[in-house]
Design a protein around this ligand. Structure first.
Ligand SMILES: [Zn+2]
Length: 338
């Protein structure tokens, strides 16, 4: 083990005590897309003792340009990202514990996931989930690291609950829907992913090894194409912040949306109102009359006309071919039912 980690133990900021802390640490990665792939690989190689990886999506060919955890074979098999990532991470480092979760992080699951973690890393692509992470982490006093990237631009910030400004202190509200470019409208290049992910992982290493004084303490912004690197002060924590000032954890209160528009992908996600477990073979049997059906252990995919429904074991579905919630709900009711 000493040999495996010898080069980072030699590094002053880590040392053998730091390595022991990394080995004893538990880290949650929320979202295993481009940023999450970067987090997962770096932290597995660094020897983080227990890695929890949560993702609701499956691997597609268009992910391969920047999501380094995945291969062509993962995309061909439509593997859930959490499972594909866990498979590769176990080959990278067999001495650590990897816990994949195929699920949509929501108010009912987030608190359980963050509990017991030393750090939480943001690999998501939306503000709704980030506010959930912020609420849960502030409530449970767990540091977390915000990160985002689109085009050649990226941003990151480290939140230490009740010590620094939180996400809600800095961004009181999410940008309105369709107001900002997304990776699907503006594209994204891999180098910005590497930059943001590298800063997030480094901050995680500092937090775990206790080097609080070395955290960057700002909102860091990068544009690798325009050659701009900026650190913006976040200001002090706001005493009137609903989350870290007033302890009103609104996103944890459970006003379940049931449907979510997926970040510029011409797709809607529908969640069942009650948790359930789908029997894929009997569902496939029914759906075969209406269109083309394929399924594996983790998900079922159904094509009908211009729509494609991907159903997960918990009955959550991603409906592709529409950006209208009503159309998606209707398809869900017609083909999946509740
Ligand atoms: Zn706050």
């Amino acid at each position: 083990m000493d040999d495996r980690y010898s080069r980072q133990i030699l590094f002053n900021g880590i040392g053998s005590e730091g390595q022991q802390r990394l080995t004893a640490a538990q880290v949650l990665i929320v979202g295993c897309g481009a940023l999450g792939s970067g987090h997962a690989e770096s932290l597995a190689r660094a020897g983080i003792g227990r890695l929890l990886i949560v993702d609701r999506d499956f691997v597609e060919p268009s992910n391969l340009q920047r999501q380094t955890m995945f291969t062509e074979s993962d995309a061909e098999q439509h593997l859930p990202k959490a499972i594909a990532a866990a498979n590769h991470l176990r080959q990278i480092n067999s001495s650590i514990e990897i816990e994949p979760h195929i699920l949509d992080v929501n108010y009912s699951s987030i608190e359980q996931l963050v509990e017991g973690c030393d750090v939480v890393l943001d690999g998501t692509d939306n503000f709704a989930t980030r506010y959930l992470i912020n609420d849960a982490c502030v409530k449970h006093e767990i540091p977390w690291i915000y990160g985002a990237a689109v085009g050649s631009y990226g941003v990151t910030m480290t939140i230490r609950p009740h010590q620094t400004a939180c996400l809600r202190c800095v961004f009181e509200q999410a940008p309105p829907a369709a107001s900002a470019p997304t990776c699907d409208t503006a594209g994204v290049i891999m180098p910005i992913i590497n930059v943001v992910s590298a800063v997030q992982v480094t901050e995680a290493l500092k937090l775990i090894t206790g080097h609080i004084e070395d955290l960057h303490g700002s909102l860091m912004q990068f544009d690798v194409w325009r050659n701009e690197w900026r650190r913006i002060g976040t200001g002090a924590r706001r005493t009137d912040c609903p989350t870290c000032g007033l302890a009103r954890y609104e996103s944890l209160s459970g006003t379940a949306e049931g449907a979510a528009v997926l970040c510029g992908r011409d797709a809607i996600q529908i969640s069942p109102s009650q948790p359930t477990r789908v029997n894929f073979s009997s569902l496939a049997e029914r759906l075969r009359r209406a269109g083309e059906v394929k399924f594996n252990e983790y998900l079922l995919r159904f094509k009908t006309g211009n729509f494609e429904l991907t159903v997960f074991q918990d009955a959550r579905s991603i409906i592709r071919g529409t950006d209208e919630v009503a159309v998606a709900r209707s398809l869900y009711a017609r083909y999946i039912g509740n």
